[in-house]
Design a protein around this ligand. Structure first.
Ligand SMILES: Nc1ncnc2c1ncn2[C@@H]1O[C@H](COP(=O)(O)OP(=O)(O)OP(=O)(O)O)[C@@H](O)[C@H]1O
Ligand SMILES: [Mg+2]
Length: 445
């Protein structure tokens, strides 16, 4: 992409309404525009990051054996009357009537609808286990939408639902979700800690929330200092292997890590004092096992091997896809702007031409642009007629992890400058070497 032809409406002023860094930076970097309280348009740069996050979520769900589909945002109230949640849900639910005066709602979550799909098409235990998920917009009429996309009213969520014959099978599905979530967040360059949680209005027995440590987080968290050091790394997981998957969950949930809702002071005080950590966290996901809470009232049953009929055991598992964009920025920024981890960056590398219109600079930039494209990478080429300072400020603000600077003096000596956004360190090298180095970093992801 050439910046002269892109749509990147950066703001010079810091927007007064934004209280936290991620919200300020998303507005300043031209990633989002607020349309109403808690409702945003995703401008091209923000949309690109959202899509990168979605892609990682899809890949890791499919790797775990879960199947994507897509349910509508609008749902009939009658389905929610079957589960009893139409009246129970309260003012967070946006209720709508169509022209025939039928009650509808903008889905805040999809347990009822997925249970309806299941009961319409699945009859036998032989069709289990089954986990279906989608990535779809949700609406919750939050009392206090704030912090930009972190607490929106309309927001994008991945929500998945498992259907199993027994509790034991459903707990394996729960564990599969935990491990696939750990992988998902790690690929984005985030450390998200699973913490035992309260089940809230969805109801259920087993539940963990995933929290990213950040001072601006809405939840208070208590944890053992050893927990954030745990890494899945590049180990290969066989998601069908129950012992292996359960073992990983145990590794990540044995040490103390809880939110204020489930915090137990006595247990916490058993940790050696120097390892006791109190901080704040952003909830980026949650997994639940809730047994037959929906399958029983809604009649989602299967035939069993011994001619019986039983309601299936279910769970639901969510990732805050749009909230993650904000959480990633909270965890990765400095005073100049965003610092994208390579896994989610909107463009892989920025090319800054210090002397637009100079034949040698222009042709070196064009050659770099083509070379990156040949490696399957997307560069953002700042080809505007602007001062060097303004070009650097834009690149720093939008946070591409790598920047290549091309100037007349360097080109005369066959040199460009490669700069790492995170460390600020620069190196001079040939254009070919710079392309190789950046390509190798992305190839290793
Ligand atoms: N208003 C919102 N704006 C953006 N993301 C949200 C919002 N509400 C929930 N999410 C994201 O969706 C995920 C799954 O939804 P879940 O039902 O667990 O939310 P929740 O527990 O009600 O969230 P919260 O406690 O933050 O209100 C959450 O972990 C969070 O990352
Ligand atoms: Mg939650």
């Amino acid at each position: 992409m050439r910046l002269s032809r892109y749509f990147l409406p950066v703001l010079k002023e810091t927007p007064a309404e934004a209280q936290i860094a991620s919200h300020r930076l998303m507005l300043r970097a031209g990633m989002i525009k607020q349309q109403q309280a808690g409702i945003y348009s995703w401008l091209p740069l923000g949309y690109k990051v959202l899509k990168r996050i979605e892609q990682i979520v899809h890949e890791e769900q499919i790797r775990a054996g879960h199947i994507p589909l897509l349910m509508p945002t609008l749902q009939p109230a009658d389905l929610w009357r079957e589960s009893g949640r139409y009246d129970a849900y309260g003012p967070e639910m946006l209720r709508i009537k169509d022209r025939h005066d039928r009650d509808m709602l903008y889905g805040p979550t999809n347990e009822e609808m997925i249970t309806d799909i299941f009961r319409s098409h699945v009859e036998s235990y032989k069709q289990l286990p089954l986990t279906l998920y989608h990535i779809q917009w949700k609406f919750r009429d939050e009392v206090r939408p704030r912090f930009g996309v972190m607490r929106g009213r309309e927001f994008l969520m991945k929500d998945g639902y498992n259907f199993d014959l027994t509790k034991e099978d459903a707990l394996h599905a729960y564990n599969r979700h935990m491990v696939s979530y750990l992988r998902t967040y790690e690929r984005m360059g985030l450390t998200a800690i699973p913490m035992r949680a309260d089940s809230g209005p969805i109801g259920g027995d087993d539940t963990h929330e995933f929290l990213v440590l950040a001072e601006t987080g809405e939840s208070e968290v208590f944890y053992d200092a050893k927990v954030p050091e745990l890494k899945l790394g590049d180990r290969q997981v066989d998601y069908d292997n129950r012992e292996e998957v359960a073992g990983i969950c145990e590794e990540f949930t044995t040490l103390y890590a809880r939110t204020d809702e489930t915090h137990d002071e006595a247990l916490f005080n058993e940790i050696p004092e120097e390892r006791r950590q109190v901080g704040r966290g952003i909830e980026v996901g949650q997994i639940f096992y809730f047994g037959t809470k929906y399958s029983e009232p809604m009649g989602a049953t299967v035939n069993t091997p011994d001619q019986g009929k039983v309601p299936v055991h279910m769970g639901s598992h969510g990732i805050g896809v749009s909230r993650l964009v904000g959480a990633l920025i909270e965890a990765n920024h400095d005073e100049k702007g965003i610092i994208w981890p390579e896994g989610v960056t909107p463009f892989h590398v920025g090319i800054v031409n210090l002397k637009q219109g100079d034949v040698s600079c222009d042709s070196a930039c064009e050659a770099l642009y083509r070379a990156f494209a040949e490696h399957g990478l997307e560069p953002l080429y700042d080809d505007r007629e602007e001062r060097a300072g303004a070009k650097f400020a834009t690149m720093d603000l939008i946070g591409l992890p790598w920047r290549i600077t091309v100037g007349p003096r360097g080109i005369a000596a066959n040199k460009v400058e490669l700069t790492c956004r995170r460390t600020g360190e620069s190196e001079e090298m040939s254009a070919e070497a710079a392309v190789e180095k950046v390509a190798a970093i992305y190839a290793a992801l």
